[in-house]
Design a protein around this ligand. Sequence first.
Ligand code: ATP
Ligand code: MG
Length: 183
Amino acid sequence: MRLKQIRLSGFKSFVDNTAIEVVGQLVGIVGPNGCGKSNVIDAVRWVLGESSAKQLRGESMADVIFNGSLKRKPVSRASVELVFDNTLKSLSGLWNTYDEVAIKRVISRQGESSYLINNQQVRRKDITDLFLGTGVGSKGYAVIEQGMISRIIESRPEDMRLFIEEAAGVSKYRERRKETVMR
Ligand code: ATP
Ligand code: MG
């Protein structure tokens, strides 16, 4: 599975429809201070289900919506879509049959948040389930932020185990077991 494209609209400083092509194995985002590099990473975390505004460097979830500038009025909704190449079929569940899987999250100023997979409305859980065992996720290790390496090294054994289980692909079975016990 490979991230091919990031589409943003009304998300933080990306007020207009913006498509970022992720080409090749290694991509760098460069630019002057404040140009929006970290906002791209925030967008990726957000669409994967991040529910903590603080993790996204804001105070409330509505802070991810473009809130205006000298020349532009604020907008009322934000959306981010990640397009994955899934020709290697490495996702979990029903959606794994598709060669291309696009996940999207939309939020309005009223706080309504919706998630979509290939343009079909789904639950947040469907997004997290899709990536279980792949390392991708708002709590996964696919996005390594500043300070995260030392946090992992210094984490308690129980937390360290969660990282290792995700890397080993065991976490999806743990989730499924939990669901079976709850039923
Ligand atoms: P640095 O090199 O300093 O790390 P950066 O390229 O990572 O900078 P970001 O933190 O991604 O920069 O972007 C910061 C910019 O995004 C600021 O100009 C800020 O005003 C703008 N911004 C953040 N949230 C919003 C929002 N909701 N609406 C409009 N602009 C926003
Ligand atoms: Mg930054």
